[in-house]
Design a protein around this ligand. Structure first.
Ligand code: PEP
Length: 251
């Protein structure tokens, strides 16, 4: 057993209005009040963040955003900065989700700048890495993870890196109902932890939380969480329902 406290994180993607967010938290909050074994975070769309922050006042459910832009403010139409997220009450922000890499062309340089900006504004970045199906089938999983780590996280200072949570999300497992086997996930987590050790040292590797994401459900979370190197879950679809996310939180 590691002494890393698990983080169970719900990425709501482009779901839930402010009213739906309030209804979710009203149902979810009493069900997880005794879940002290892990940290819990929800990631609503930007416009529902204030409702989530208001409804989670006085409890241990953290709120995060799903993206940010670097810088404090500026003439960048349609973007939101870490400063704004912090002021709105966010504690976390997801960076480099595969949907953003695929649909919006986010690069490692973007991931790095966004991660630095998150840290500057006191947010915990949850930085996503993961291979596509063709990478896995072509035996390139480790090369892809290494390139994502080296470009998006490697240039951080040790002080900056200490604030990072990594999420390993094989792209072929996201929203598809196909979960990586616990062994596949464990191997990838071990590889990423090895990269952390190489770059930032063994103590940091022992402290960094690495979440698994990709079709995590109430019925597979336990076997995934039994793996030594899996420190929590980034959950999409199954985090939208309060009962299902509670079952995951209380694996
Ligand atoms: C995600 O959005 O990061 C995710 C893993 O989604 P899902 O759980 O639906 O596969």
């Amino acid at each position: 057993m590691s002494n890393r406290k698990p983080l169970m994180a719900g990425n709501w993607k482009m779901y839930k209005t402010a009213a739906e967010t309030r209804a979710f938290v009203e149902a979810f909050r009493p069900m997880v009040v005794d879940a002290a074994h892990c940290d819990i975070a929800i990631f609503p769309p930007f416009v529902s963040v204030p409702a989530a922050v208001a409804e989670t006042q006085g409890c241990d459910i953290g709120v995060g955003a799903q993206n940010l832009y670097w810088g404090k403010e500026g003439a960048v139409t349609g973007e939101i900065t870490g400063h704004m997220l912090q002021a709105a009450g966010c504690k976390y922000v997801i960076i480099g989700h595969s949907e953003r890499r695929q649909y919006f062309g986010e690069t490692e340089a973007d991931v790095l700048r966004k991660t630095q900006a998150a840290i500057e504004f006191g947010l915990t970045p949850v930085v996503c890495v993961g291979e596509k199906l063709e990478d896995r089938e072509g035996g390139k999983t480790e090369a892809v993870l290494a390139a994502q780590f080296d470009g998006g996280l490697g240039p951080l200072t040790p002080e900056q890196f200490a604030k990072v949570v990594i999420a390993y999300e094989p792209v072929w497992a996201i929203g598809t109902g196909k979960t990586a086997t616990p062994q596949m996930a464990a191997d990838a987590h071990k590889f990423i932890r090895g990269k952390v050790a190489e770059k930032f040292g063994a103590a940091q590797a022992g402290a960094t939380r690495i979440l698994y994401g990709g079709s995590v459900k109430p019925d597979n979370v336990k076997t995934l969480m039994a793996e030594e190197d899996i420190d929590g879950a980034l959950v999409g679809g199954a985090s939208l329902d309060p009962k299902s996310f509670t079952a995951i939180v209380k694996y």
